[in-house]
Design a protein around this ligand. Structure first.
Ligand code: AR6
Length: 173
């Protein structure tokens, strides 16, 4: 199936990828933090922090785009995932909304290739397998609806995450 060949699960450090856009797992301040957010800010350099400071924050479930500065990626899409609070605080919908918004921004900025980290699955404790299912459902939906994006990478940071993500992918058509 064509859509499946456009989505690849990979293992590695998202800051090293030469794609049009990498997605950041940010917080509502957009001012940086730990995890993948810290790694992206370190690799991009201080100009990223300066642009983020002008952006005025971002609500949970949404995303904002900046330049990539010293990163190999041209753009960073800063998505704010939900903190997992047991599942009855609209966490699934908010996580889906992150992926939807990022794919919409990719469309608007004529992005061909995009790499997502596993948003909310670190410090924010979203159950990993559940997050993968939501991510893939939204990515496939956007591609199905005719997104111009040609290549999507779902980037895992550990072997265990990579194995789980691959298993979830096999459950999709
Ligand atoms: N490349 C790819 N994935 C990574 C990398 C990397 N370099 N580093 C970590 N991961 P997290 P969250 C994975 O905690 O749960 C920050 O402080 C990691 O293994 O970075 O959305 C923000 O400022 C995990 O699977 O993001 C927020 O305050 C995934 O990235 C808060 O953490 C996401 O883990 C956001 O928490």
């Amino acid at each position: 199936m064509i859509l499946r060949t456009m989505v690849e699960i990979i293992k590695g450090d998202i800051t090293t990828l030469k794609v049009d856009a990498i997605v950041n797992a940010a917080n509502t301040t957009l001012l940086g933090g730990g995890g993948v957010d810290g790694a992206i800010h370190r690799a991009a350099g201080p100009r990223l922090q300066a642009e983020c400071a002008m952006a005025g924050g971002c609500p949970t479930g949404s995303a904002k785009l900046t330049e990539g500065y010293s990163l190999p990626a041209r753009f960073v899409i800063h998505a704010v995932g939900p903190v997992w609070s047991g599942g009855d605080q609209h966490e699934d919908e908010l996580l889906a909304s992150c992926y939807r918004t990022a794919m919409r921004l990719a469309e608007e900025h004529r992005i061909d290739s995009i790499a997502f980290p596993c948003i909310s699955t670190g410090v924010y404790r979203f159950p990993f397998e559940r997050a993968c299912g939501i991510a893939l459902a939204e990515i496939f939906r956007a591609l199905d609806e005719g997104s111009r994006v040609k290549q999507v990478y779902c980037v895992c940071f550990s072997d265990a995450d990579y194995e789980t993500y691959q298993e979830v992918l096999t459950t999709f058509g």
